[in-house]
Design a protein around this ligand. Structure first.
Ligand code: RP5
Length: 167
């Protein structure tokens, strides 16, 4: 497990090392906004006991939000949500066989009572999971709120500064 120096508030987990190419975008947004977070591979199928332990211990360790990415039979976000009351944001990783539709449906189609906030497939979902986590934490953190506002303002300015798609 890797973590930033301060106690992590967000746990970024993924089903496989192969998911990092996608999930690094969530971690990178959190880093940019100064949100303490940790990163770890936790596989629902290959390390089920670790998955249960991670979910059970996360509240006590001070984690406030879990971002979980998985592909294919993407059971990680849902099973984490089944074992903790923490908000879980699920990122469907783009699978090779079915382009991520399998991941998306596996994560989105939760039964009533166990919610997973499902993001878009791939990089956009990972970026937005990081932004969503930051926005939730910013509700009670004015410094983070300013960082999120500033991120959005920079993004807007960048679009305005490059409005001619030919150049
Ligand atoms: C899922 O299976 C992982 O989340 C990953 O997206 C997918 C493939 O895993 P690897 O075979 O690349 O380890 O559990």
């Amino acid at each position: 497990m890797t973590s930033t120096a301060r106690t992590p508030l967000v746990g970024v987990v993924m089903g496989s090392r192969s998911d990092w190419e996608t999930m690094e975008h969530a971690a990178s947004v959190l880093t940019e906004l100064g949100v303490p977070h940790e990163v770890q591979v936790v596989s629902a199928h290959r390390t089920p006991d670790l998955l249960f332990r991670y979910a059970e211990e996360s509240v006590g360790r001070g984690i406030q939000i879990i971002i979980a990415g998985a592909g294919g039979a993407a059971h990680l976000p849902g099973m984490l949500a089944a074992k903790t009351r923490l908000p879980v944001f699920g990122v469907p990783v783009q699978s090779k066989a079915l382009n991520g539709m399998d991941s998306l449906l596996s994560i989105a189609q939760m039964p009533a009572g166990i919610p997973v906030g499902t993001l878009a497939i791939g990089r956009a979902g990972a970026v937005n999971a990081g932004l969503l986590a930051a926005a939730v934490l910013a509700l009670h953190d004015p410094v983070l709120a300013a960082a999120v506002d500033s991120y959005r303002a920079r993004q807007t300015q960048s679009v305005l500064d490059h409005s001619d798609p030919r150049s």
